[in-house]
Ligand binder design. Structure first.
Ligand SMILES: [Fe+2]
Length: 223
């Protein structure tokens, strides 16, 4: 593939604006999480199980959609690095050990409770549009990292001490985040999105899905 080392990248302010938008969306979701102390054991169980139903079989698949959609070496290298770690360290098994220890293995009810929202995200990713997908996956990674402390506290309340999954994914890697947005910058230069394209469509769809994970607990809090 042609090297993109000499591609004249776009002005950083546009990327900074996107990064700010993504960070704000993550802040809003994290800020809306129900207080773990007010959740019943059943509600805590539901949140862990729904999270697993969203992540376990989908993260690698969705990152693969990002890989299939991008055109730049920078973006490709960054995504391959992520996929290699996911597969080599077998993150789906790590998550499965986490939910088993928390006695929160997803059931068919958990899977059905997120079905419409997860279908919307899948259909969006299937369009293989590089820029909105990269923005979405940057948002997803950032959210997961911020959500780990909350998830770990719910598992502890379920009596679990198996925290490898939340420990591994809760590390704030500023360099990694920056590299991801640098890759987005190159991708936007190589294949600029049409002005009419909503580059946050996937962020919005994924936000709706992630909100669904904690929805039963939130509805009760509103009472
Ligand atoms: Fe992972």
């Amino acid at each position: 593939m042609k090297s993109t080392a000499y591609v004249q990248v776009m002005d950083r302010p546009q990327i900074d604006t996107i990064q700010k938008h993504v960070e704000t969306a993550i802040d809003e979701l994290i800020g809306a999480l129900p207080d773990p102390e007010r959740l019943s054991a059943v509600e805590g169980h539901q949140v862990i199980a729904r999270y697993a139903a969203v992540l376990e079989g989908n993260f690698i698949y969705w990152m693969t959609a990002a890989l299939l959609s991008v055109k730049s070496e920078e973006a490709r290298d960054k995504i391959v690095e992520n996929l290699r770690e996911e597969v080599r360290d077998c993150h789906p098994s790590m998550l499965r050990r986490f939910v088993i220890a928390a006695r929160a293995v997803p059931t068919d009810t958990d899977a059905l409770s997120i079905y419409p929202e997860i279908s919307n995200v899948r259909l969006f990713l299937g369009r293989l549009q590089a820029v909105p997908i990269l923005v979405t996956m940057a948002f997803f990674e950032g959210y997961i990292q911020r959500f780990m402390g909350y998830l770990a506290s719910l598992a502890q309340r379920q009596g679990s001490s198996e925290m490898e999954y939340t420990d591994v994914h809760g590390v704030c890697d500023v360099t990694h985040t920056q590299e991801l947005f640098n890759a987005l910058n190159v991708e936007m230069t190589l294949d600029p999105p049409a002005p009419s394209m909503n580059i946050y469509e996937g962020v919005d769809l994924l936000s709706t899905l992630l909100s669904r994970i904690v929805e039963p607990a939130l509805s009760r809090e509103a009472l």
